[in-house]
Design a protein around this ligand. Structure first.
Ligand SMILES: Cc1cc2nc3c(=O)[nH]c(=O)nc-3n(C[C@H](O)[C@H](O)[C@H](O)COP(=O)(O)OP(=O)(O)OC[C@H]3O[C@@H](n4cnc5c(N)ncnc54)[C@H](O)[C@@H]3O)c2cc1C
Length: 458
């Protein structure tokens, strides 16, 4: 992670040309299949440039004391980018990594290359959304951005975004009445479209920041093919999908839930592809409560996706979507011991150590540590959400901040927040302390002393 980034200094000269030129900017859609925005671009252009813009600030320590792009998360992203690069190379194209402010990079490239169509995807992040909106003003470039990381595009929603139900159950009922469109395959002809010359200042692969090795207990490996392999394993090879409802709450165990979230978060897989495979499984293998439950979890993802677009900046505010006037407290020592897994709570410690080592935590584990941070340690939820953003392989703005708000009682939970009893959770999900021992949750507890600088702040 300490590597000094060197950007290639050559200058590209682009001749004026009557050719129709396209620019595809990948973000959380790192795939070639089920990518309608890419298919549209293929049918509209003679020459294409493919880029990904990396925010190098995310590698630096932020005001909370850690990088917002942690090591394992970067490793998974890097693998996904390399896999996409290799896929594009098979069609005679390439993926170029650039850094900088997204709006500036894209508007400069559009001018320099005389781009007629700029394409990409929306995701649940506010900054990305604002950038795409601002780019609509570039003269002579058609901007074609699609909501293709959700089950439905905006035009298919049953009502205006602002009128969608604000709680999950009525949202689910409305959405279940809709049909999910079948995923689309990559349009023929990409290999016949000419690649545009690489841009100035691209970051050569040899200069991409270093990343740690994957952890043996969490063999997540980035990329479209790897995502399909995991889906194939969980659905078709082992048929564990048939038991999902019974196993999904376990704290550990690769086989206990689909483990598809990292690939969904980066768009290596689309939710439509997963939905379509569940329906095929229901038709060919079995249709039971478990298959229905996995669909429901994809609807939770959908709920947080569209809620993020509705909420805008409120998604990230401590008062949340309810605009609660919280007493926001920050105890640096408690927050540090929560992050490091050295609190007085062995179950919380084990979960945090698992997260730090692997970049993954079960849904149950996330709920437990989030509740403990807010309720036991009295630290405001948004510090915890920022740490999850740094660590989770599957970090997604809508799902992360939405779930944190839900637990902290400032979001969509009709019950006004969740407080998990840690001893009851341990008794139910780790009765023989196997999980705590495996992740050494009981070895590093520290005294909870509060210093003078630790008083709550508003
Ligand atoms: C505090 C907190 C923060 C979270 N942050 C994220 C995040 O940044 N990114 C993320 O993808 N999920 C997040 N989740 C949701 C959930 O924990 C993960 O999606 C799930 O654990 C991933 O494991 P899986 O793929 O095996 O899920 P499965 O149980 O197999 O579910 C299948 C898919 O459904 C979706 N899903 C399941 N549960 C949820 C949920 N509660 N909210 C939204 N989508 C869901 C995911 O895409 C998941 O891959 C968070 C949950 C909590 C409590």
């Amino acid at each position: 992670m300490t590597k000094h980034l060197i950007q290639t200094p050559h200058t590209v000269t682009i001749e004026a040309s009557p050719a129709r030129r396209g620019l595809y900017c990948f973000s959380q859609d790192l795939r070639l299949q089920d990518n309608p925005a890419l298919n549209n671009l293929i049918s509209q252009t003679d020459e294409i440039l493919f880029i990904y813009i990396l925010d190098l600030q995310a590698f630096r320590q932020n005001k909370n004391g850690f990088a917002s792009l942690g090591g394992q998360r970067w490793r998974f992203l890097k693998e996904s980018l390399l896999a996409l690069k290799a896929s594009l190379q098979r069609y005679g194209h390439d993926l170029h990594l650039l850094s900088g402010n997204r709006y500036s990079v894209l508007s400069e490239l559009c001018q320099q290359y005389q781009i007629s169509t700029l394409a990409g995807s929306y995701n649940s992040g506010l900054d990305e959304y604002r950038d795409w909106q601002q780019l609509q003003q570039i003269p002579e470039t058609s901007i074609q951005i699609i909501h293709q990381n959700a089950l439905w595009i905006k035009e298919q929603l049953p009502d205006h975004l602002l009128k969608l139900p604000r709680q999950f159950t009525p949202f689910r009922r409305q959405m279940e009445a809709l049909t999910v469109s079948a995923p689309v395959t990559l349009k023929e002809g990409l290999q016949h479209i000419r690649p545009l010359p690489p841009p100035d200042h691209l970051i050569q692969v040899s200069n991409w920041p270093d990343s740690p090795e994957p952890h043996g207990h969490a063999p997540f490996s980035g990329g479209e093919d790897q995502g399909w392999q995991q889906l194939h394993r969980y659905f078709w090879q082992t048929r564990q999908l048939s038991d999902y409802k019974q196993t999904r709450n376990e704290l550990d165990g690769w086989q206990n839930s689909s483990r598809l979230s990292p690939w969904l978060a980066l768009g290596c897989l689309s939710p439509r592809q997963v939905w379509s495979d569940i329906e095929q499984y229901e038709a060919q293998i079995c249709c039971n409560e478990s298959t229905g439950w996995l669909k429901q979890e994809l609807l939770w993802r959908e709920f947080f996706y569209w809620s993020a677009h509705r909420l805008g900046a409120d998604l990230y505010r401590p008062g949340g979507e309810r605009h609660k006037n919280l007493l926001t407290s920050f105890y640096p020592q408690r927050f540090r011991s929560w992050r490091e897994g050295s609190t007085p709570y062995p179950l919380v410690n084990a979960c945090m150590k698992q997260l730090n080592s692997t970049g993954f935590l079960s849904n149950r584990g996330r709920q437990i540590v989030a509740s403990a941070l807010v309720n036991e340690l009295a630290v405001s939820w948004h510090y915890g959400a920022a740490y999850f953003e740094s660590q989770l392989l599957d970090y997604d703005p809508g799902s992360n901040y939405g779930n944190w708000q839900y637990i902290a009682g400032v979001g969509a939970d009709p019950r006004g927040g969740r407080h998990f009893n840690l001893e009851r959770q341990r008794a139910a999900y780790d009765p023989d302390n196997h999980f705590i021992r495996k992740w050494q949750g009981d070895t590093t507890m520290v005294e909870d002393t509060i210093g003078i600088d630790d008083w709550p702040i508003r």
